[in-house]
Design a binder for this molecule. Structure first.
Ligand code: ADP
Length: 475
């Protein structure tokens, strides 16, 4: 199909239709794009069996074959870049130029893991006597199940499925009910690329809780990988405890973005605009608490105010658009509640609140945010800059770290000693120094504390799908 729009789950290399259907809506217009099949219990079981059978077949493949297959998948995704990006803007809402960027970024994981497939080395361990030979090598963990969110409908899928296939694991994916179309298109292209049938199954469902429970309860599923909220992650982690599954959890964040008084201010503002407003602020690594050293506050705010005023909010298909709609109207209500709570507790608004209708939220700056306000503690997931003044390094480090999350942190400084000190002291899994966009398929993405477990991307991303086997031979 030329537009790559499919309406059914994808199991064992075939579409799986059910009678119960639900609508996938365009967040910009609120109108239905298509009605999709809602998976039934039989479908989930069929997918588990298909993945089990595919794992046996995958064992008969070698790393070079899997690498070649992944490379063909990569090429198909790039070939259909425009179509996939259009599909993404339709179901997710982000500006088309961001969707095009996500296709490159998401395809980058496929290419990286196609390369890494050939590099899952083991160890030869020097023995402690002359009678033994000790080795340790990597084997695929088996059937994997994964649940992904709606904010990056392609990249969140490829960063899980590509390393799993590279390792020799089969996959059952339940994408977000808001953005299943990109996931089905990816599975279709993987099949065209020559994936083993049943190695990449997509279950489309509106009933995440029950499908998730069937997957976590299954003895066949040996690994569970999730990207989403900390709240749901905790629940899934406890469900996985029953069968002691290996787990990866990419959960929420509350990223500090610190501008020290010695920073290059123009550079810092450019970094902040990217770290905050990409995907309308709907990213777990989005800058959430903006700490500005008091002595440069006025200068930064003046420049920031004019930049924010210049942002164009519109349907992601319009020219020169910077900010698309939020994913659904309730998301906008939540953002507005956070703004209103902050204003009622003493914060001030720079710019005006405009009602743009539908799920569109205009970008605003909320100044003088304090820890008493909900906006300080929650992921805003919207185009709102929460500004917090600080006086010195020790104070801002204490404030930055004083949250249960530890995903991404950013700071701008031109003092090399401060750069080392602060990057080492921040309790976060990822730190951007003089850079607001840090995600990269070649580097380990992940959090500490309640932001998650495990890493995606980098050479570490492959290990998440491998078990280590130690072999001791007496000679
Ligand atoms: P977000 O706020 O990004 O939607 P969620 O954690 O609610 O974050 O959703 C992320 C993914 O988790 C989605 O695919 C959603 O369908 C799924 N999900 C939500 N609740 C549950 C649950 N109780 N069990 C399993 N999956 C869930």
């Amino acid at each position: 199909m030329s537009d790559l729009i499919f309406s059914d789950s994808f199991i064992n290399g075939e579409f799986y239709k059910t009678a119960t259907r639900f609508s996938v809506d365009d967040p910009a217009t609120g109108k239905s794009i298509i009605e999709v099949s809602d998976i039934d219990e039989q479908g989930v079981n069929t997918a588990i069996n298909a993945a089990k059978g595919a794992f046996v077949k995958l064992k008969a493949t070698n790393a070079t074959e899997r690498s070649d297959t992944l490379m063909r998948w990569y090429e198909l995704v790039i070939k259909h870049k425009q179509t996939l990006a259009t599909l993404m803007t339709k179901e997710q809402g982000k500006p088309l130029k961001e969707s095009l960027g996500e296709i490159d970024y998401g395809a980058g994981f496929i290419k990286w893991f196609a390369e890494q497939a050939k590099r899952s080395y083991g160890d030869v361990i020097p023995a402690t006597d002359n009678q033994h030979r000790l080795t340790s090598y990597k084997q695929p963990i088996g059937v994997v199940a994964g649940i992904t969110p709606w904010n990056f409908p392609v990249a969140m899928v490829t960063r899980k499925v590509a390393p799993a296939y590279a390792a020799g694991c089969s996959f059952i994916l339940k994408p977000s009910e808001h953005t299943p179309l990109c996931a089905i298109a990816l599975a279709y292209l993987a099949d065209q690329a020559g994936f083993v049938k049943g190695a990449f199954n997509v279950l489309v469902s509106q009933n995440a809780k029950d499908v998730g429970k069937m997957l976590t309860d299954s003895e066949v599923v040996r690994k569970f990988t999730f990207t989403g909220s900390t709240e749901v992650g905790k629940q899934l982690l406890s469900q996985c405890a029953e069968t002691i599954k290996k787990t990866s959890m990419e959960l929420g964040g509350n990223a500090p973005f610190i501008i020290f008084d010695n920073a290059d201010i123009d550079d810092a503002i450019d970094g902040l605009m990217a770290a905050k407003f990409r995907n309308s602020g709907q990213a777990c690594v989005a800058a959430n608490r903006i700490f500005i050293q008091r002595s440069i506050m006025d200068k930064v705010l003046n420049k920031l105010t004019s930049k924010v005023a210049g942002l164009k909010v519109a349907n992601g298909f319009e020219d020169e658009v910077d900010i698309g709609p939020l994913i659904y109207p309730e998301a906008k209500q939540k953002v507005q509640q956070l703004i209103n709570d902050a204003l009622s507790k003493g914060a001030s608004l720079i710019g005006e609140q405009r009602d743009l209708g539908g799920s569109f939220q205009n970008p605003v700056i909320v100044n003088n945010v304090t820890p008493e306000m909900n906006i300080y503690h929650q992921e805003v997931f919207g185009p709102v800059l929460s500004i917090i003044p600080f006086d010195d390094e020790a104070e801002v480090l204490a404030l930055s770290n004083d949250v249960p999350y530890g995903l991404a942190a950013y700071f701008y400084s031109q003092n090399i000693k401060q750069i080392y000190r602060v990057s080492e002291a921040l309790e976060f899994g990822m730190v951007g120094v003089n850079e607001g966009v840090i995600s990269n398929p070649v580097a380990p993405f992940g959090g500490v504390k309640q932001s998650g477990l495990g890493r995606e991307g980098g050479h570490q991303g492959l290990d998440e799908y491998l078990e280590e086997k130690y072999v001791c031979i007496k000679v």
